[in-house]
Ligand binder design. Structure first.
Ligand SMILES: [Cu+2]
Length: 398
């Protein structure tokens, strides 16, 4: 069987399993929290109370927009909240100075030596906590309405953690891969000496039964050791799509799905749900779109559950955040979401399906709670919709 067909069948299998998982949600509960939830440790650098109050204010703003409470009610609640100490500006990776890139890389590695305050039952490292909260309830916030908003909060949690635990004070980087769409793997994001994220390396590496790739043995994260779903070296596989493509377009096969034109198509969506569907490849051939294509092209850990397709961990584990490149990638996905929100009427638009196996289900609400497995409180969607407000306090420069 040609590799392209085995990849296609992975997608088909994945979709089928997604359907069965939704039918039996408890099947996903393969992790047990290390602690009694009633005595959960709090993450000390997050102000749980202020976040809950900000959530209440955001929900009140929604009621006010719909004329269901007195004008000024939300402003009164907002006035009791902390304000943003500053609104930080996220920048494209190439615009960071060499010193900022070095500091970002150092802080990222530093997370491997910091405690996770009981979040993950698997390890006590903050680095791994991000992988754990991403794989826990994976089906709840991928290819559903929750996708852009859950990942927005997730990238922000990482930003705060880099700052508070590891002293990173520079800009949060995003990787604008539309600049590299003609040949993603030639991007300086990967290849830049010393501060590039590295290529897929030269050493074939079978990390766990059935999941093969190449150990990342160059760049800033050479020989990075990660722990979920079991300990292994960080793995990528840039050649998988090349082998799958009859034209052998190494690094180029799916470029048009992450081109500036594809971003324009995504931004042209009229409603939030249409935006999410195009962004996340819902209904597109092989689920390609501005988000998924980058995961698929890079493969290995980056590929998430797809990489684990032939192992016992499929489909419940998504190891994608093992790869430090996950975060600049998702910061760019969030930047596209942010841009879409700037158009008239879009800022607070939200809706669509919460069910990965039924995109026609129209049940997503601004009051839906996003699950973060104890990494701060679970928050309503409403709190994520404006990045310049407390507690997110960031914006983008392009
Ligand atoms: Cu994800």
């Amino acid at each position: 069987m040609a590799p392209v067909f085995s990849l296609l069948s992975t997608f088909t299998l994945f979709t089928a399993l997604a359907t069965s998982v939704v039918a039996n949600p408890s099947a996903g509960a393969n992790h047990v929290r290390r602690q009694d939830p009633s005595t959960e440790e709090l993450v000390p650098f997050l102000d749980y109370e202020a976040i809950k109050q900000a959530a209440d204010a955001a929900l009140t703003e929604d009621l006010e927009r719909r004329g269901l409470v007195e004008p000024g009610t939300a402003a009164k609640k907002r006035s009791l909240l902390p304000t943003c100490p500053r609104v930080s500006v996220r920048k494209e990776w190439r615009k960071l100075t060499k010193a900022e890139k070095r500091a970002y890389i150092k802080a990222t590695k530093c997370l491997q030596s910091k405690p996770d305050y009981g979040i993950s039952p698997i390890s006590d490292k903050m680095y791994d906590a991000f992988v754990y909260i991403h794989e826990n309830n994976w089906f709840g916030f991928h290819a559903t309405a929750s996708f852009p908003v859950w990942h927005r909060w997730f990238v922000w949690l990482r930003e705060v953690t880099l700052r508070e635990q590891c002293g990173y004070s520079g800009p949060t980087p995003y990787w604008n891969y539309t600049m590299d769409y003609k040949d993603l793997f030639a991007s300086p994001f990967f290849t830049e000496p010393e501060t590039g994220f590295g290529t897929h390396g030269t050493v074939p590496y079978e990390a766990m039964t059935g999941a093969t790739g190449y150990k990342v043995d160059n760049g800033a994260f050479a020989n990075l050791f990660v722990n979920l779903p079991e300990p292994h070296y960080l793995t990528r596989n840039f050649t998988l799509w090349k082998d799958s493509d009859p034209n052998q377009q190494y690094g180029k096969a799916f470029g048009n799905w992450v081109s500036p034109q594809q971003v324009q198509t995504t931004l042209a969506a009229q409603t939030f749900w249409d935006f999410e569907k195009v962004l996340d490849g819902i209904g597109a051939p092989m689920s390609l779109g501005v988000h998924n294509t980058v995961h698929f092209n890079n493969n290995g850990d980056w590929y998430g559950p797809g990489w684990l397709a032939n192992t016992k961990y499929f489909p419940f584990a998504s190891t994608a955040p093992n790869d430090p490149a996950f975060f600049p990638h998702h910061a760019y996905v969030d930047a596209v979401f942010w841009k879409w929100q700037q158009a008239p009427g879009h800022q607070y638009d939200y809706g669509g399906s919460t069910n990965i196996s039924d995109p026609t289900q129209n049940d997503a609400k601004i009051t839906d709670l996003l699950p973060f497995s104890g990494f701060g409180p679970d928050i309503p969607v409403a709190l994520t919709l404006r990045t310049e407000a407390f507690p997110l306090c960031y914006t983008y420069s392009f």
